[in-house]
Design a protein around this ligand. Structure first.
Ligand code: CDP
Ligand code: MG
Length: 139
């Protein structure tokens, strides 16, 4: 059993994809054990993406992530981190496999509709960034 953090990014919310993303995860055996809508400010987006500080896309990315509401969720299941990333597809939608969420719905490498943690340590950090223990409900 593993946990991961996923986000329907501001572009995904604006494209009415909240349900589609959650459905894809649920259909593939992941359980949503924490869920909320948030509107990150710039500072919160910068903290979330601190690992990317200094990269050329950091400023634009954190502006985009604070440009509208997002839906953040904690997913639980076998191999949840890898499974979520497989369902999302590659960062650049042009490189994402057919049938993945990003291939189907993303506009470009920045506006790629969905986030998923990339490893156990980042998952722990990212879950704790948005959720406390009382907001998670394993079932
Ligand atoms: O989200 P993922 O783990 O697939 O990619 P990342 O390398 O951790 O980058 C985080 C996010 O930054 C991506 O999802 C994109 O929104 C954005 N990004 C970008 O705008 N341009 C890049 N060259 C790489 C990433
Ligand atoms: Mg990443």
């Amino acid at each position: 059993m593993q946990r991961t953090l996923s986000i329907v990014k501001p572009d995904g919310v604006k494209k009415n994809l909240i349900g589609e993303v959650i459905k894809r995860f649920e259909e593939n055996g992941l359980r949503v054990i924490g869920l909320k809508m948030i509107y990150m400010d710039k500072r919160e987006a910068e903290g979330f993406y601190a690992v990317h500080r200094g990269k050329p896309f950091y400023e634009s990315l954190t502006q985009f992530m604070s440009s509208g509401p997002s839906v953040v969720m904690v997913l639980e299941g076998d191999n949840a981190i890898l499974k979520t990333r497989e369902l999302m597809g590659a960062t650049d939608p042009r490189e994402a496999k057919e049938g993945t969420l990003r291939r189907q719905y993303a506009n470009n490498i920045e506006r790629n509709i969905v986030h998923g943690s990339d490893g156990p340590e980042t998952a722990a950090f990212e879950i704790g960034y948005f959720f406390n223990a009382l907001e998670l409900f394993p079932y």
